[in-house]
Design a protein around this ligand. Structure first.
Ligand SMILES: *Cc1c(COP(=O)(O)O)cnc(C)c1O
Length: 458
């Protein structure tokens, strides 16, 4: 019997040296971010207190490619290129003729795709003479990634961690501290935004939107401090395209082209990072995969949110972005996939969804954990709760192929491991994981109520 090839690997020399900018190839440009006061499109000056010029330029550039700085490539090589796996054992368990591939980002220092953007963000800030970065973190993945990246470039890192995960996930905080970062639970009494929330809700479990308000407030009030965001923005998705560029090379190595690309979406960065280079190939007529975003049914911004201008944070300090949103003060159920609990969706992903380039489905977390456990028992990797959403959809499709006999090629992003999420698996194995019971009507009412608090854009 011929040996099965599980891993498709690239050498360090074969690692791509440019990021791909999807803005260059979009059939129509997405609507611009607006100043919340004047409602005029924002300019570089509006963002300068928060981001260094190099990142502001990457936010708006329409060049097709951006060269990755050598210093960033050097750090990437600690774990990149990341492996692409063929899920032979999962396929066998499902009895499917589909071929399932997963690009595994859990090999990074943080255990997820997040360092792909944390490293360049820290690099450009350090190059601009910034001393400290502030940020928010939900599940703790982004805080870990940024603390690691700051340690590489000699920056201080201060993280506001959503209270619910600060309490439930002490290991993430310890990892951030091990990399040299400082962690505060959010809401905190260190900022006006945090104090306002605590005055009204002393027991608030927090949200990403609140934590963003706190980190932005601190950065905006100190000239030596800037802010870093782990998802949503154009430059973040740009940095993540290293994932898709590598995957393209890896699939080409074995002569495969995907029929279906599936990824999980919180703010859209691992999804965009894998998909954008494949969309480029699709628009150039070289392949024709369908592309599916999978979100939690407890936080369904694409499938149930509105496509509207909204704030990126709860206090309303960020520019207004046109995106699929559940409303900036929507607080999702405390599901275990903390990284998917964001009220909005990247404007780029929202725009691609609006224009019909990608599809979306929402999955309840119990189905996702079942997929995660099956994956662990077949492939031997315990996935983070976030990518189990993509796995659940990939498995559903592979089961359909088992019925129809279709030999579909499915590619997914296994964007992180779940080693620090084992208590969540423990809850699932003990039968203690439940699904959101918010009805569609309740959700619609919450969304409408929240969006009524956004300045209306004519
Ligand atoms: C942060 C995170 C996500 C969600 O963020 P995206 O920007 O949508 O990728 C998903 N999975 C993991 C493992 C994460 O750490």
């Amino acid at each position: 019997m011929a040996a099965l090839q599980h891993k498709i690997i690239l050498s360090e020399d074969e690692m791509p040296t440019r990021w791909y900018n999807v803005l260059h190839d979009l059939p129509t440009p997405p609507p611009p971010p607006l100043h919340p006061g004047t409602l005029a499109p924002i300019g570089p000056d509006d963002l300068a207190p928060l981001f260094p010029l190099a990142l502001i330029e990457q936010e708006v550039t329409t060049e097709q490619y951006v060269e990755i700085p050598g210093e960033v490539l050097d750090v990437y090589r600690l774990w990149r290129p990341s492996p692409l796996f063929r899920a032979h054992r999962l396929e066998k368990a499902l009895g499917t003729p589909a071929r399932i591939y997963y690009k595994y980002e859990g090999v990074s220092p943080a255990g997820s795709h997040k360092p792909n953007t944390a490293v360049p963000q820290a690099f450009y800030n350090a190059a601009a003479g910034v001393r400290r970065l502030t940020t928010e973190t939900g599940a703790g993945q982004w805080g870990t990634a940024l603390a690691f990246a700051c340690s590489q470039f000699g920056l201080e890192c201060e993280v506001w961690q959503v209270r619910a995960s600060y309490d439930q996930k002490p290991y993430r905080r310890l990892m951030i501290e091990t990399f040299g970062g400082t962690v505060h639970p959010s809401p905190s009494d260190l900022t006006a935004a945090g104090r306002a929330i605590l005055a009204e809700h002393p027991d608030s479990t927090g949200s990403l939107g609140i934590a963003i308000s706190e980190a932005v407030e601190v950065a905006a009030s100190d000239p030596d401090t800037k802010y870093a965001l782990g998802s949503v923005l154009n430059h973040v998705l740009l940095h993540q395209t290293i994932i898709g560029e590598e995957a393209l090379l890896q699939l080409a190595q074995i002569g495969e082209t995907p029929d279906l690309l599936v990824g999980c979406t919180g703010g859209g960065s691992n999804f965009g990072g894998l998909m954008f280079p494949f969309l480029r190939e699709k628009w150039a007529g070289r392949m024709s995969p369908s592309v599916l975003a999978v979100e939690p049914s407890a936080c369904p911004s694409l499938t149930r949110g509105r496509y509207a201008y909204d704030f990126g944070d709860t206090a309303g300090m960020t520019p207004l972005m046109k995106m699929h949103t559940l409303g900036h003060d929507f607080i999702p159920d405390p599901i275990h996939a903390g990284g998917l609990r964001y009220h909005g969706m990247s404007p780029l992903i929202s725009h691609l969804y609006e224009t019909g380039e990608i599809g979306a489905v929402a999955k309840p977390q119990s189905e996702c954990f079942a997929a995660g456990v099956l994956f662990a028992r077949t492939e031997g990797i315990v996935p983070a709760p976030e990518p189990t959403h993509a796995l659940a959809a990939a498995i559903e499709e592979a089961r359909r192929c088992a019925e129809t006999g279709e030999e579909k090629v499915i590619l997914t992003a296994l964007c992180g491991h779940g080693h620090l999420d084992l208590p969540a698996y423990g809850a699932y194995l003990a039968g203690a994981v439940s699904d959101s019971e918010t009805t569609d009507a309740e959700l619609d009412a919450l969304v409408a109520e929240s969006l009524a608090r956004v300045p209306s854009v004519g």
